[in-house]
Design a protein around this ligand. Structure first.
Ligand SMILES: [Zn+2]
Length: 372
């Protein structure tokens, strides 16, 4: 290109510059919007890619816990996504819901018993339920009425009437509520562990230890109602057994704080620690059976506690053997895996123990203590 024509071109460029610039800015704007939309789409696709369910092989090492569950894992999800996954299907959904519903079951039982024992709680729940009953005017059931009714039923129950007549009065409820609180703690920490431990290695380690602590707490607090009420008239035994199991629980939790014991290959060691704690209950159980051999409700409590022991032991067997998924890997990823069966049996065991605790409580309500 010669100098003149290049100058001409320069002149032309200068004249057309504002219009051309406006056009090119428009074009760039359109292009950016197109790119913006594309980038958003790409980001969304990337997110979907990131938060898709993955296979066992794709998991980071610390999450490889059960090689017979092949798919539907969440891996390294942000906390919010992990939290919201309570409402979606993956291989932990049933594990979460079994213990979440178990938690609400024990929460309901706790509120019901609190309302029975403390009429003011019944009134409070009655007040809380009032707006609900107002909204649902056609619903005839009023929780407050039911709970108040339960409270007056409790006050008029034959056991308490007998106790009042004997001058004994109702026995203290705190060991019973300690059990209910411990059961709720265990179920809720298990829930949190199954829901959120897919977030990161650090949180995974913390929640797994919280889960173990929950199990140890559940075992320790399960000793409280039977030991307290059976040996209520012999405080030395009460103190000896409750201190021993509390110390054993603390030692177990301390041992389980070691990261090595959280490893998948130490599954059997962990189970043995818990089973050992639970089975140590045989000592006070034999003692109690010998002391109360002629107590007419001995067989009922033994049946309840037998059902509890069987549920926990069979549950532990499922946990250890990883049956049925070991027989057909991949088939029970979502439903039917050993851990879900273990969870259901834990709730069954806790409910059986709750039944026994009610009997122990009633017996002590009725009998009081000769020494008192
Ligand atoms: Zn679990």
């Amino acid at each position: 290109m010669d100098q003149e024509s290049s100058m001409g071109a320069g002149h032309l460029q200068e004249e057309e510059a504002p219009a051309a610039m406006a056009k090119s800015t428009k074009r760039r704007g359109k292009q950016q919007r197109r790119e913006g939309g594309g980038a958003r789409k790409r980001r969304q696709q990337q997110e979907q890619q990131e938060y898709r369910l993955v296979s066992y092989e794709e998991l980071p090492e610390y999450m490889k816990e059960n090689e017979f569950i092949l798919n539907h894992y969440r891996s390294e999800w942000p906390l919010l996504h992990a939290f919201l996954s309570v409402f979606s299907w993956h291989n932990e959904t049933i594990n979460i819901w079994t213990h979440l519903l178990g938690f609400f079951l024990f929460l309901g039982l706790t509120l019901w018993h609190l309302a029975q024992y403390f009429p003011q709680v019944a009134h409070l729940i009655g007040h809380l339920s009032w707006p609900i009953s107002k909204v649902a005017e056609n619903v005839s059931s009023n929780i407050g009425d039911v709970l108040s009714g339960a409270a007056s039923f409790m006050q008029a129950s034959p056991g308490l009437a007998m106790a009042a007549a004997a001058g004994a009065g109702p026995t203290t409820r705190w060991p019973f509520f300690v059990f209910l609180a411990g059961a709720m703690f265990c179920l809720m920490s298990s829930c949190a562990c199954h829901l959120l431990s897919c977030h990161s290695h650090r949180l995974n380690l913390f929640l797994i230890r919280l889960d173990y602590t929950g199990i140890a707490v559940m075992i320790v607090v399960s000793f409280f109602p039977p030991i307290y009420y059976i040996f209520q008239c012999e405080p030395r035994w009460q103190l000896a057994y409750l201190s021993a199991i509390s110390l054993a629980g603390a030692a177990t939790v301390y041992a389980l704080m070691s990261p090595r014991l959280s490893d998948a290959k130490y599954r059997a060691h962990r189970a043995l620690l818990f089973v050992g704690m639970g089975l140590s209950g045989v000592v006070p159980a034999v003692h109690a059976a010998a002391v109360n051999w002629h107590e007419p409700r001995r067989n009922v409590t033994l049946a309840y506690e037998g059902a509890m022991a069987a549920s926990y032991l069979v549950g532990t067997a499922f946990y250890l053997t990883r049956v049925p998924e070991r027989w057909r890997p991949g088939m029970f990823d979502l439903c039917g895996q050993s851990h879900q069966i273990f969870h259901l049996l834990v709730i069954a065991g806790a409910l059986a123990h709750y039944g026994a605790a009610i009997v122990f409580l009633r017996v002590r309500d009725e009998m009081g203590c000769p020494a008192n």
